[in-house]
Design a protein around this ligand. Structure first.
Ligand code: UDP
Ligand code: MG
Length: 342
């Protein structure tokens, strides 16, 4: 009887020095899971170092290691999205390439899944050292998004998790382009278990999440999962108008009864500054959502593939088949339904 497969998806952006140790760790951990085979899908997100060559070598040594190279750097979330679409396993695990996510925990995650959970989320220990900027921005971000959105996203849950095939299927069927994967998983629902863990320090290299990329992810997440900022601009406008009316009444009263002018330059100047600030802020908020709609209606793919190694499952687009794109590589990952080839 052929064993069922568990897929392990790892997004890779310039992680050449980390990949051999990552593969060894995963192979050792999965050696303990005797009744499942595994495939390791390394998604090269347009690395400019030797990551793809290392992936090709690892694939030559072990055919369970498979590679998919995106045509440029599409970002972590796009690489994870590609991984979910190409994975063949009954369960799909995602983890980082820098060994921060301990591979020793894989058997425990699989154990939980077999206990009947569809989503096994790995929750980072809050005491774990992250660096001040990362810790602060992460805390603020989760507070903010959970206050604004009805889809709750737990702090410390990054992209280290296991999903049952039925969750992956739902995720792959979601059509939106702006992919904040942990939010989409929370939206999809199902039965979730949590395991707490302490991340390791990064094995080699530097973080690939620049401040710009983090900010982009945060804006993407908030505009995908909440329209509260739009409503808040309306209420802010309302509050300012009420305040203005009250001030007008006050000024009028002073003029009529005490024959006093309100103040000199300050009243005009400060009101102008305040109102133009509020207006700019509101235009910015509206612009953020208009931009989001613009991105979505263009229907561009989330990623474009360039090369692949050992891939058995090729997603197919269900809308807008492009003439310029052909298998095996170059498949744009827009709206895809998994389909087994051969
Ligand atoms: N990554 C990616 N594309 C990017 C940035 C990061 O595929 O544009 C990958 C990276 O190689 C790693 C994972 O995403 O496997 C998490 O990135 P990183 O460890 O740099 O983030 P941090 O742990 O510092 O938040
Ligand atoms: Mg990392």
């Amino acid at each position: 009887m052929t064993k069922r497969i568990i897929s392990i998806v790892v997004p890779v952006f310039e992680e050449a020095e980390n990949l051999p140790a990552l593969c060894r760790g995963i192979s050792a951990a999965m050696g303990q899971v005797t009744d499942f085979e595994y495939e390791l899908l390394l998604i090269d997100d347009g690395s400019r170092d030797e990551s793809w060559e290392v992936i090709a070598n690892l694939h030559d040594l072990d055919e369970r290691v498979k590679g998919l190279r995106l045509s440029r750097n599409f970002g972590h979330q796009a690489a994870v999205t590609a991984g979910y679409r190409y994975a063949t396993g009954t369960a799909v695990i995602t983890m980082d390439a820098d060994l921060q996510h301990p591979s020793e925990l894989l058997p425990q995650m699989i154990q939980k899944w077999r206990g009947g959970y569809d989503v096994v989320s790995m929750v980072r220990d809050p005491a774990a050292h992250q660096g001040l900027l990362k810790a602060l921005s992460s805390t603020l971000f989760y507070r903010f998004i959970n206050a604004l959105s009805s889809t709750k996203i737990k702090a410390g849950v990054a992209d280290f998790r296991l999903l049952d095939r039925r969750v992956v299927k739902q995720l792959n069927a979601l059509k939106e382009r702006g992919r904040f994967v942990r939010g989409l998983i929370s939206w999809v629902g199902f039965n979730e278990a949590e395991i707490h863990y302490t991340p390791n320090p990064r094995f080699a290299g530097r973080t690939k999440y620049s401040l710009g990329k983090m900010l982009h992810l945060a804006v993407d997440a908030i505009s995908s999962f909440s329209t509260a900022p739009l409503r808040m601009s309306f209420y802010a406008g309302l509050a300012v108008n009420v305040l203005c009316l009250l001030l007008m009444g006050y000024a009028f009263y002073n003029k009529m009864h005490e024959d006093k002018d309100l103040t000199q330059w300050a009243s005009t100047f400060l009101t102008m500054l305040f109102l133009s600030g509020i207006q700019l802020l509101m235009i910015g908020v509206i612009g953020m959502y208009v931009g989001k709609i613009f991105e979505e209606v263009k229907h561009r793919p989330v990623y474009v593939t360039e090369k692949e190694l050992g891939i058995a499952l090729r997603p197919r687009r269900v809308h807008q088949r492009s003439k310029t794109v052909s298998a095996p590589a170059g498949t744009p990952g827009l709206i895809v339904m998994p389909e087994r080839n051969g």
